[in-house]
Design a protein around this ligand. Structure first.
Ligand code: T3D
Length: 257
C-alpha cells in the first residue's frame, strides 16, 4: 500500500496521507512521495489541493520509530529533505491548498496543516505541538505561522506545554478556519475544495502570493505589490468572465485562465 494516495478529480488534487496504523506519521518514503504529489498538482488540471489523512488520524508528525532505525536519516536530512520541501511546496503552489484535518494532528503533522491556505477540521480532531514532550523544538514552519495565527503568548504556551487543542478551540482562537461535526466533515470539507476549484484560480494564486509577501514586506511595498497583482488579475480571462457574469446577473463560469 502506498503511503500517499493521490487522485485528481473535478480539478482537485486529493492527497491522502496513508499510514493509518501509525497515525499517518511520516517516514522518508512518505515524505518524498508527498513532495512528488505536490509537484503533480502544479499542472492546469488541478485548481485546488485537498490534503487529508486515512483512518482516524490526520498526521502524527515524524515517525519516531524510523529515527531509531540503523541507517535512519539524520535530523538535518529530515528537516532539509523531508519537511522543509513539503512546506515550501505548499506555500509556493499557485493554487489553494486545503488541509482537511480528520483526526489528531501532532508535531510536523499539525504544522503542515497550519501552513495550508485553509485549514479545516472534524470536531473530534485535535492539534498538538508535541515537540517539547520529546525534547525537540517545533519545526515545519510552526514557529513562523502559529504566532502569526493566534498571537505570540498563546503560541509560546502551546509549544512549550504541548497542550492538546480541540478543533472547536482551534477555530475559536483562529488557528484554523472552521470545524465541522464529524458526520458532515467529509462532505463539508470537500464542498470547500469543490468551490475553490471553480473559482478564478489565477486571482487566488495572486492572493496567495500577496499574503506570502505580506509576511516580510513593508507597508508601502505591499501596496505596490497589490497594484502589480491587481493589474495581472485584471488581464485574466476569468476577470472578464466575472465582470460579464455580474452585468448579466448570472453565476461566473471560471476556467482558471
Ligand atoms: O528528526 C526529527 O525527527 C525532527 C523532526 C521532527 C518532526 C516531528 O513531527 S517531531 C514530533 C513527532 N510526533 C510526536 O511526538 C507525536 C507522537 N504521538 C503521540 O503523541 C500520540 O500518538 C498522539 C497524541 C498523536 C495520539 O495519541 P493516541 O492515544 O490517539 O494514539 P496512540 O495510541 O498514541 O497511537 C496510535 C498508534 O500510532 C500507536 O501504535 P500502536 O501502539 O497501536 O502500535 C502509536 O505508537 C503510533 N504512533 C503515533 N504517533 C506516532 C506513532 N508511531 C510512530 N511515530 C509517531 N509519531
Amino acid at each position: 500500500m502506498s503511503p500517499i494516495l493521490f487522485e485528481i478529480k473535478d480539478s482537485i488534487g486529493f492527497i491522502t496521507l496513508n499510514r493509518p496504523e501509525k497515525l499517518n506519521s511520516f517516514n522518508r518514503e512518505m515524505a518524498l512521495l508527498m513532495q512528488q504529489k505536490l509537484d503533480d498538482c502544479k499542472g492546469k488540471d488541478v485548481r485546488c489541493v485537498y490534503i487529508t489523512g486515512a483512518g482516524k488520524g490526520f498526521c502524527a508528525g515524524q515517525d519516531l520509530t524510523e529515527v531509531t532505525e540503523p541507517g535512519a536519516p539524520g535530523f538535518n536530512e529530515i528537516l532539509a529533505e523531508h519537511y522543509n520541501p513539503i512546506i515550501t511546496r505548499i506555500r509556493k503552489l499557485e493554487k489553494p491548498v486545503v488541509a482537511a484535518v480528520n483526526g489528531v494532528a501532532a508535531g510536523a503533522g499539525a504544522n503542515i496543516a497550519l501552513c495550508c491556505d485553509i485549514a479545516i477540521a472534524a470536531e473530534s480532531a485535535s492539534f498538538i505541538q508535541a515537540f517539547s514532550k520529546i525534547g525537540l523544538v517545533p519545526d515545519s514552519s510552526g514557529t513562523y505561522f502559529l504566532p502569526r495565527l493566534i498571537g505570540w503568548q498563546k503560541a509560546s504556551a502551546l509549544m512549550m506545554l504541548g497542550t492538546k487543542v480541540s478543533a472547536q478551540e482551534a477555530e475559536r482562537i483562529g488557528m484554523i478556519y472552521q470545524f465541522f461535526p464529524d458526520g458532515t466533515f467529509s462532505e463539508n470539507s470537500m464542498n470547500i475544495a469543490r468551490y475553490l476549484a471553480q473559482m478564478p484560480t489565477l486571482a487566488l494564486a495572486y492572493t496567495k502570493q500577496l499574503l506570502n509577501n505580506s509576511l516580510s514586506t513593508h507597508f508601502d511595498e505591499q501596496l505596490q505589490d497589490e497594484n502589480i497583482f491587481q493589474q495581472r488579475a485584471a488581464q485574466t480571462e476569468d476577470f472578464k468572465e466575472g465582470l460579464t457574469a455580474f452585468v448579466e446577473k448570472r453565476k461566473g463560469n471560471f476556467r482558471g485562465q
